[in-house]
Design a protein around this ligand. Structure first.
Ligand code: ADP
Ligand code: MG
Length: 626
C-alpha cells in the first residue's frame, strides 16, 4: 500500500514527539482521552436534533484496554470518515496542536509542551506505532489509519461494529532510561487518569484485577483474584458540586491528595461565578508554609481546568504575588484546551478571573481576621512575610488588598494588632503611628524613645521582621495618619515652648557638646540635646534617613556595600550622668573624656548596635570602679 506523507508543517511537531526527551510524556493519555471525550460530546450534540442516534448520554464511555505491549483507548463518539482521518490526523494545521507548533517555532523550550493541548501526536511520545480504527456516525464503513510516525501513514478499509474510534498504541520498547511498559500498569494508568482526566464527564473504564476471599474459607481465609470493569474517574469534580453537598472531610481529603500536604488547610473558599466569564473555583489557605515556600523552587499558581480537563498545573497569572500561598483549582468552560502560556497572559477572561479571585481571597482572610482571630494568627504566623512582601512589591500596587490584613506587635497591648486597631486606640492628641524596628520585641520595647512614648500613653508597634520597615515606607499613610520611626525620626512631641527651652539649654551647654564631639571623633556627626530620651542619659540616632535596623539589613544583604553610618548622639540634660560629665569637663578633662566615651558606648548599646571596641569599653568601666 502506498504510504502518504504528513503535511510539511506536521513533520516538525511529529519529529519532536517521536524523539521526545520531554519528561511529562504521560500527558499523551490526557490528550487521547480528551479527544475521545470531544468525539462523544459531538455525537451527544448531534443526538439533540437527530433522534436516529439512539444513544443516551449515559451510554457513552471511554474504554482502556491493555494488551501485550499495546494500549488502546476506545470511544463510542462521532468517529471519523476517511476524509476526516486524512484531514485531522495528517495535518497539524487542522488540529488544535497548531498553537503549540506556533509557539515551538519561537522557542526551543521543551517544557512548554505541558502547557498545551499537544493533541493526537502526543501518542508518538510513547508509541512507536499508532493505529486508528474509526467509524463515522451515519456511515457503514470503518477505516484504519496506521502510522509509525516518521514514514507517513496508510489508510485502508476496516470493520467496526458501531460508530466510534479506537486509538491503538504499540508502546516503544523499554530502554534503560525509559520504561514505556509502565503505561500498561494498572497502578500507573489509574494515577494518570486521576491526575489529568478525573473530571472528564464520561466514565473512563478499564478491566482491573481485584482480590477477594474465596467462598467458604472464612475460618482460614484464602484469597483469589478476579477481574472487574471499573470506572477510574470520578467524573464530577468536587468544585462542580454544590457547596452544601460537600462535606468538610471531602474538602480536606481533596486538598491533601491534590496538594500533597499532610496538614489540614486553614480555610476553604469554594464559589462559582456566572457573568462575562463563568468559572468555578475551589481555593485553600494552607496551615503552614511549605519548606521551600520562600525559595525559587516553590511553584505558585492555581490549577487551571477547562470543563474538567486540566490544562495547566500552575497558572501563576491567576494569583497575585501577595497571595501566592493559596492553593486550588479554577475551572472555566470559556477557556479552550489549546491555550498557551503566552496566549493566557493576554487572555482577557483570565485577567477578569484573576481580579475576582484576588477580591475573594482578601474578603475571606478579612473575615477570618474578624471572626476567627486565633485561626488567623496561625495563618499569619505562616505567611505574614508574604503578605508584607506583597504589600511593598511594585511600589505598593497591591496595598489595597493587604494593608488591612497585616498585624504587628503592640507594645502597649503585648499582642498582634492591625493598623486599624492601632488607629482606633490612639491617645488623645496623638498624630502619628509610631513604630520601632528591632531584633526582637523585647529589645525594641526597651529603646528610650519607646519609654518616652509609653509615658505619654502612646502605643508603639514593634517591628521585628526585616521587611517590616518597608511597609510604612510604602504605605506612607494609613487612615490619613503618617508613620513615624521612633528610633530615628523626630517624635514630634514638643510644643513650641519646649523647643525654645531646649534651644536655650543647648546654647548654655554648647561647650559640653563641642567637647564631646571633639572627643568622640569622626563617627559622630553631631552631639546635641534630645527631648525624647525619657529616663535614659543618652541616645543614638542615625544621621542619614536610614534606620539602624535597615542599615544592618543592607549590610547582611551585601557586606561590601558602603553604608552611611554617621550617627547623632543625643544627651538628656536632666540626667545625673550628664550633669556629672558637665562638672568633670571643668575639673578633670581626662576623666571627662572617659565619661564621654562611656556614654557614647552606652548609647550604642541602647540602640542595639554592636560596640566598635568592646575591650576599650570594658577597660573604661573598670577604670571607673577603681
Ligand atoms: P484537537 O483535539 O485540539 O482538535 P488533536 O490533535 O487532539 O487536536 O486532534 C485532531 C483531530 O482529530 C480532532 O480535532 C478530531 O477531529 C480528530 N480526532 C482525534 N481523536 C478523535 C476521536 N477519538 N474521535 C473522533 N475524532 C478524533
Ligand atoms: Mg485534542
Amino acid at each position: 500500500m502506498r504510504k502518504k506523507q504528513f503535511k510539511a508543517e506536521s513533520k516538525r511537531l511529529l519529529d519532536l514527539m517521536i524523539n521526545s526527551i520531554y519528561t511529562h510524556q504521560e500527558i499523551f493519555l490526557r490528550e487521547i482521552i480528551s479527544n475521545a471525550s470531544d468525539a462523544m460530546d459531538k455525537l451527544a450534540y448531534t443526538a439533540l436534533t437527530d433522534d436516529k442516534v439512539g444513544i443516551n448520554r449515559e451510554d457513552f464511555a471511554i474504554t482502556l484496554t491493555r494488551g501485550d505491549g499495546v494500549l488502546t483507548v476506545s470511544d463510542n463518539g462521532i468517529g471519523m470518515s476517511r476524509e476526516e482521518m486524512e484531514e485531522n490526523l495528517g495535518t497539524i494545521a487542522k488540529s488544535g496542536s497548531l498553537g503549540f507548533k506556533q509557539a515551538m517555532d519561537k522557542t526551543e523550550d521543551i517544557d512548554i509542551i505541558g502547557q498545551f493541548g499537544v493533541g493526537f501526536y502526543a501518542a508518538f511520545m510513547v508509541a512507536g506505532s499508532v493505529t486508528v480504527i474509526s467509524r463515522k456516525y451515519g456511515e457503514d464503513t470503518a477505516w484504519k489509519w496506521v502510522s509509525d510516525g516518521a514514514d507517513g501513514y496508510t489508510i485502508e478499509e476496516a470493520e467496526r461494529a458501531y460508530p466510534g474510534t479506537d486509538i491503538i498504541m504499540t508502546l516503544k520498547p523499554d530502554t534503560e532510561e525509559e520504561k514505556f511498559s509502565r503505561f500498561l500498569e494498572e497502578y500507573e494508568i489509574r494515577n494518570l487518569v486521576k491526575k489529568y482526566s478525573d473530571y472528564i464527564r464520561y466514565p473512563i473504564r478499564m478491566l482491573v484485577t481485584k482480590s477477594r476471599m474465596k467462598e467458604g474459607t472464612q475460618d482460614k481465609p484464602e484469597y483469589e483474584e478476579y477481574f472487574e470493569i471499573e470506572t477510574l474517574n470520578s467524573m464530577v469534580p468536587l468544585w462542580h458540586r454544590n457547596k452544601k453537598d460537600v462535606t468538610e472531610e471531602e474538602y480536606v481529603r481533596f486538598y491533601q491528595e491534590k496538594f500533597f500536604d499532610f496538614a489540614k488547610p486553614l480555610g476553604t473558599i469554594h464559589f462559582s461565578t456566572e457573568g462575562t466569564v463563568s468559572y468555578k473555583a475551589l481555593l485553600y489557605i494552607p496551615g503552614k508554609a511549605p519548606y521551600d515556600f520562600y525559595t525559587k523552587d516553590y511553584k505558585p499558581g492555581l490549577q487551571l481546568y477547562s470543563s474538567g480537563v486540566m490544562i495547566m498545573e500552575n497558572c501563576e497569572d491567576l494569583l497575585p504575588e501577595q497571595f501566592r500561598f493559596v492553593r486550588g483549582v479554577v475551572d472555566s468552560q470559556d477557556l479552550s484546551l489549546n491555550i498557551s502560556r503566552e496566549m493566557l497572559q493576554h487572555n482577557r477572561q483570565l485577567t477578569v478571573i484573576a481580579k475576582n479571585i484576588e477580591k475573594k481571597i482578601k474578603a475571606y482572610l478579612k473575615s477570618m481576621l474578624t471572626d476567627e482571630r486565633e485561626k488567623y494568627e496561625q495563618f499569619y504566623a505562616a505567611f505574614s512575610r508574604q503578605l508584607k512582601y506583597g504589600t511593598v512589591a511594585d511600589y505598593g500596587a497591591h496595598k489595597e488588598s493587604t494593608q488591612d490584613l497585616l498585624l504587628f506587635r503592640s507594645h502597649k497591648e503585648n499582642k498582634l494588632i492591625t493598623f486599624q486597631e492601632y488607629v482606633d486606640n490612639m491617645a488623645q492628641g496623638q498624630e502619628k503611628i509610631y513604630y520601632v524596628p528591632g531584633e526582637n520585641a523585647e529589645r525594641a520595647g526597651k529603646l528610650p524613645q519607646v519609654q518616652t512614648l509609653t509615658q505619654k500613653g502612646y502605643d508603639v508597634l514593634l517591628f521585628t521582621d526585616e521587611v517590616d520597615e518597608f511597609v510604612p515606607q510604602t504605605l506612607m499613610t494609613y487612615a490619613e495618619k503618617s508613620f513615624c520611626n521612633a528610633s530615628s525620626e523626630d517624635l514630634g512631641l514638643q510644643t513650641e515652648e519646649e523647643k525654645k527651652l531646649l534651644e536655650e539649654q543647648s546654647e548654655k551647654l554648647k561647650g559640653l557638646l563641642d567637647f564631646m564631639k571633639e572627643t568622640l571623633g569622626a563617627g559622630i556627626k553631631e552631639v546635641r540635646l534630645g527631648a525624647n530620651l525619657g529616663a535614659a542619659p543618652v541616645c543614638m540616632t542615625p544621621a542619614s534617613g536610614m534606620s539602624f535596623e535597615m542599615e544592618k539589613y543592607f549590610k547582611r544583604m551585601n557586606p561590601d556595600m558602603p553604608i552611611p553610618s554617621e550617627r547623632i548622639l543625643e544627651l538628656n540634660p536632666e540626667h545625673d550622668a550628664i550633669k556629672a560629665l558637665q562638672i568633670a569637663t571643668a575639673q578633670d578633662p581626662e576623666k571627662a573624656k572617659d565619661y564621654a566615651k562611656i556614654l557614647c558606648c552606652q548609647a550604642q548599646l541602647l540602640a542595639d548596635l554592636p560596640l566598635d571596641d568592646p575591650a576599650e569599653y570594658t577597660a573604661l568601666v573598670c577604670k571607673l570602679m577603681k
